[in-house]
Design a protein around this ligand. Structure first.
Ligand code: ADQ
Length: 723
């Protein structure tokens, strides 16, 4: 089996330096995570975009020795520009980090983004074989899973997003064709991973708003396939950083720091120079500190390292100029001939320099305005095996959710940054130790090797679960009939709309035909049979249409039951109903063709007769509003087939059956239904070894599938036939 990692960047580069090829491997956490997946039964492969020349690669590739096979994809320069600098970094990056004003959308860049993804998909498919695992990384490759799935339908695909997934309101700013492509692209993976629950929730809301998908415990059904959404906070290679303290080379780095800065306290920060990292706010907070606490002047230094990043994009050039101006202003205003408050380095650091600073500083000051996770904070913590040092961390990072023993602050609040620097400098050794030990335990337990292993294990698990039903073939029908004929006491549970009758423009038009009445009578005739019609319809309609038959009726998804006479299973007063009615009515008034249907215990907003686009988008807004409005009310919102329904939560088709029967008394149980509400019934009935049948194409936990309503009626009528 192959594990094929696909990311924009490859973990190795080939450069010609003075005529020779210099092969340089990245030692980032992702590489360690992927390498840790290696075992005797797998091969590791890495597909990505080459940032080197083909000729240099061919000359240097034999000198690249690693545990994985490299598959560089050489993109045309213009395509790569539109793909990477264009759509990825001037649309997705700012938007997903809540900088919509920095977005510069050009349709041609989106075209390049799709072209590049298509090329990567084709390249990847050349090496994908049966049973292989494909792990796609990040916002540059959001449509890739769908493209691969089209060529390799059975591939096991995981997608991990390294940046935040923002609230739907931000996603909504993208043109419809872009957002649909991106979200449906992600949904084509088997497992979609995020750093935090917040990002996962935003994605689930977006999936509902864009694709009408409702999740159940973070699992969705998309194109008949289960898709799991999971939370996997990325981390760092703990041992590698923790061993740094005692490394003699790193000790030398610390000694250099000591000799230059002597007794001064050192604040350190390092990031890519990016507007999301909040570098200018951090500088203003530091300036505020030396202004408000003059006693610290000349006793402190702020070493700020920024690694060059995306230097061809206008916003990055502007930000660099802004930061450099700010640094000169601070140094000009507060500095003296003997003291430079901010020491600035624009460039990369090697591992020794980086860990020398992590272990030699007193405070790490990390202030992103948004950051998917932020590895710098975890690297700092992992490096501090002396259990000293204070982490000052923005509460807008994913890492802040785990590193709660840091001094957390709002990155826009200069005063708070200044006060927190003062707190850090005055903190006792005992408190520093306690906080650092707690954070180190967290990072040690959840390091990047575990992250990679957890992701792949969960991907394998979700792929092994088969929850979509089998088509019902003649052989199966024969087996079910044999069981039916052998049984003495049978429970037959049938949904109505979509199962025994097709949907009509308005609910009252879906009257049962003679064939339906005949089959129900036929089954009910047998004294060994308990036939139950279990529907979302109101009791008046069921009574009018089926009242004359000797069948049991369950109305409004279980809220009313007719055994000898009708009785209600609901005892709570429905205090939410008037408010929901008002909201639904406003939405109906504003959406041509939509209307409200009131039942005794539930309310429905139908949009089958509205324009498909506006009906769907209004229905998404209604769901989102109802979710908020009904917080704390014991209700369930059903996103049904062109209908949004609100009903009491405690009752569903599954619980209704359990209230009405002791299911164990039956030696044959059959449940047939077509929509989300029938899934509750299937779930309950599976515990009793029932035959569960989904009608239609959608995914389901049912055991079998029948595609068409006519086939359901034929199947039911043939049940009692002698074999
Ligand atoms: P980044 O935005 O790049 O990553 P971060 O998580 O902090 O941010 O990782 C930066 C890495 O670059 C760290 O390993 C750091 O040591 C290194 N680095 C930074 N400046 C450097 C310098 N001057 N010299 C050398 N090395 C330097 C994206 C997301 C993050 C998410 C990661 C991983 O934006 O939110 O944490 O991916 O998923």
């Amino acid at each position: 089996m192959k594990i094929i990692n696909i990311s924009y960047r490859l973990p190795v580069s080939f450069r010609r330096i003075e005529g020779n090829i210099d092969v340089r491997s990245s030692a980032g956490g992702l590489v360690s995570a992927v390498l840790s997946l290696k075992n005797e039964s797998n091969e590791l492969h890495w597909v990505g975009v080459a940032d080197f020349l083909k000729a240099d690669y061919h000359e240097g590739k034999t000198r690249f020795s690693s545990n994985f096979a490299l598959h560089p994809v050489f993109l045309d320069k213009n395509v790569n520009y539109g793909f990477y600098n264009g759509f990825s970094n001037t649309v997705l990056w700012p938007l997903f980090h809540y900088f919509p004003a920095f977005v510069e959308f050009k349709p041609s860049h989106f075209t390049a983004y799709m072209q590049a993804n298509t090329i990567l998909a084709e390249e990847a498919c050349k090496i994908i074989g049966p049973g292989d695992i494909i792990w796609i990384h990040d916002y540059q490759l959001m449509p890739l899973a769908e493209m691969i799935r089209k060529i390799k339908p059975d591939a096991r695909i995981g997608f991990f997003l390294h940046i935040p997934f923002p609230a739907y309101e931000l996603i909504r700013l993208l043109p419809k064709y872009c957002r649909d492509t991106l979200v449906k692209g992600m949904l084509s993976a088997d497992l979609i991973g995020f750093h935090t629950y917040e990002y996962a929730q935003h994605f689930l809301t977006t999936a509902q708003m864009i694709a009408g998908l409702q999740h159940k415990q973070f699992e969705l059904l998309y194109n008949n396939r289960p898709v799991r959404v999971g939370v996997f906070p990325i981390s760092v290679d703990f041992d590698k950083f923790t061993n740094a303290l005692l490394d003699p080379l790193i000790e030398q780095e610390r000694a250099k720091l000591k000799s230059v800065y002597q007794d001064k306290s050192i604040i350190f920060s390092v990031d890519r120079l990016d507007y999301t990292k909040g570098i200018s706010f951090r500088l203003r907070g530091f300036a505020r500190f030396i202004n408000d606490y003059p006693e610290w002047r000349e006793k402190i230094v702020f070493i700020l390292v920024a690694v060059p990043s995306r230097e061809v994009i206008r916003k990055y050039i502007e930000r660099k100029q802004m930061i450099e101006m700010l640094i000169s202003e601070i140094n000009g205003k507060f500095g003296t001939t003997q003291w430079t408050p901010v020491v600035y380095h624009y460039g990369s650091l090697n591992f020794q320099e980086l860990t020398g600073l992590y272990t030699g500083c007193d405070i790490a000051l990390i202030s992103p305005l948004r950051d998917g996770m932020n590895l710098v904070s975890k690297e700092f913590v992992a490096s501090r095996s002396d259990e000293d040092g204070v982490l000052l961390l923005s509460d807008m990072t994913g890492a802040a959710k785990e590193l709660t023993d840091a001094l957390l602050f709002n990155p826009l609040d200069e005063e708070e940054i200044s006060v927190k620097i003062k707190m850090a400098l005055s903190m006792t050794l005992d408190e520093r130790r306690l906080r650092m030990t707690n954070m180190r335990n967290q990072v040690r337990k959840h390091d990047v090797l575990r992250w990679g292993n957890n992701f792949i294990r969960e991907l394998e698990e979700v792929c092994a679960r088969k929850i979509y039903p089998d088509r019902m073939h003649d052989e199966t029908k024969g087996m079910i009939r044999r069981k039916y004929l052998k049984a003495h006491k049978r429970l037959i549970l049938l949904d109505y709309d979509g199962t025994l009758a097709a949907f009509q423009p308005v609910p009252h038009m879906a009257r049962p035909g003679q064939d339906v009445l005949d089959v129900l009578s036929l089954l009910a005739l047998d004294p060994g049979n308990e036939v139950v019609l279990i529907s979302g319809r109101d009791r008046q309609t069921l009574e009018e249409w089926f009242g004359h038959l000797p069948v049991m009726l369950i109305a409004e998804h279980g809220c009313f039951v007719r055994q000898k006479s009708w009785h209600s299973t609901i005892v709570d007063p429905l205090i939410w109903k008037d408010g929901v009615h008002r909201i639904m009515q406003i939405f109906a008034d504003n959406c041509s063709g939509a209307f409200v249907e009131e039942k005794n215990f539930s309310l429905c907003w139908h949009y089958r007769n509205s324009d498909p686009y506006s009906g769907f988008s209004q229905s998404r807004e209604l769901i989102s509003l109802l979710h908020d409005y009904l917080t704390g009310a014991n209700t369930h919102i059903i996103d049904g087939n062109k209908v949004i329904e609100v009903k009491p939560a405690q009752i569903n088709k599954g619980t209704a059956v359990l209230h009405a029967f002791n299911v164990r008394d039956f030696d044959f149980c059959l449940a047939v239904g077509d929509d989300m509400t029938d899934e509750f019934l299937f779930e309950v009935m599976q515990h009793y070894d029932a035959i569960t049948v989904k009608v239609g194409e959608a995914g389901s936990i049912a055991r079998y599938r029948i595609e068409r309503i006519e086939s359901v009626i034929a199947f039911l009528s043939q049940l009692p036939d002698k074999l």
